[in-house]
Design a protein around this ligand. Structure first.
Ligand code: AVI
Length: 322
């Protein structure tokens, strides 16, 4: 077998899995949870009573539809409404409906890494709002950001909902926000959801539901490695473990080996040894407050225009400009 540095992989998935599992402590990137099964488990998570994020953002958008919509409006040339990580579009539809009914001249451009999600959303919108102009795209955020440059002709509003930014560490989040800033012109806006710091128990419950849906969601990454990379993880022998640090606002999820095990992943030529209780770090879900968001904005060259919150102040949507 070649040494790590000499090994060449024909996909980012192979390279990342090899790197993450050859390192100590072991880690995997949460974006790889999302295959067809992962998408469907995430839909189930969003419908769980413990996962308050979706309901809070829906409440915010529903209670402030007009104010948000009118911030987006451009009377002269219309606008392009670009949504990164659109998912099922449930929350966005409230805004789309308002904009449609109030004669906004706009194109809705949903972008998601999941082809499945994009196809479902497009056919859904075609049925529910036949007059809406939709131009959907499948892709990774950063690749798509490059393509955004072609939307330079008129006002552009970029939306990133669901506190998706929370799955990035602060340096990556600043990098992401900076790239978004680079694609904004003076009148363009960025509308983004940030889950807020709150009672740590509420956060732990959201990521550690009793029905075990979040556990199944995280373990899906091992199932995917087994299926796509010829791995032999005994998935049942790992438990899902959630932690939340109220000082930093970081929720972290781990998969923990309940016994010492050997694992082989054929396609990346990797033999692994797990000690009993050894962990794989799978995901971070960062929680924010105004101080952190203000700092992130400053570091990225963005200015906060305004923000909207729900009754419990669990969640906030911020509007930024460059
Ligand atoms: C997509 N992302 C913002 C979710 C979150 O809250 O971090 C993913 C998730 N992981 C477990 N539950 C939900």
């Amino acid at each position: 077998m070649k040494s790590n540095s000499q090994q060449k992989f024909d996909s980012a998935f192979k390279r990342d899995v090899h790197e993450g599992l050859s390192t100590f402590p072991k880690f995997l990137f949460s974006k790889y949870i999302y295959d067809k099964k992962g998408d469907s488990l995430f839909q189930d998570i969003m419908a769980m009573p413990e996962y308050y994020l979706t309901g809070c953002e829906f409440e915010i958008i529903s209670n402030h539809t007009k104010t948000i919509g009118e911030l987006f409006r451009d009377k002269e040339n219309g606008l392009d409404l670009i949504e990164l990580g659109a998912g099922d579009g449930k929350k966005t539809k409230v805004l789309l409906k308002y904009m449609n009914e109030n004669n906004f001249n706009f194109i809705y451009k949903p972008i998601d890494i999941s082809e499945n999600a994009v196809n479902m959303l497009s056919s859904n919108l075609a049925k529910e709002m036949p007059k809406l102009k939709v131009d959907a795209e499948v892709g990774e955020y950063f690749e798509v950001l490059e393509n955004l440059k072609k939307f330079d002709k008129r006002k552009k509003v970029i939306m990133v909902l669901g506190s998706n930014i929370g799955n990035l560490r602060h340096p990556q989040a600043i990098n992401f926000l900076s790239k978004l800033k680079d694609s904004l012109h003076t009148d363009d806006l960025l509308f983004m959801g940030f889950d807020q710091k709150k009672n740590p128990q509420t956060i732990l419950d959201a990521y550690n539901d009793k029905a075990g849906i979040t556990a199944a969601f995280n373990k899906n990454i091992l199932t995917r490695i087994n299926r796509e990379l010829g791995g032999n993880f005994d998935v049942e022998k790992y438990i899902h473990w959630e932690s939340y640090n109220p000082e930093t606002g970081t929720a972290k999820s781990f998969l923990v080996a309940t016994e010492a095990m050997e694992v082989e992943i054929e396609q990346i030529d990797l033999k692994l040894q797990f000690d009993q209780w050894e962990s794989i770090h799978v995901e971070i879900s960062q929680k924010y407050d105004d101080k952190i968001v203000t700092w992130l904005a400053q570091e990225s060259g963005l200015e906060i225009v305004t923000s909207f919150t729900d009754q419990n102040e669990y969640y906030k949507n911020y509007v930024f400009k460059r």
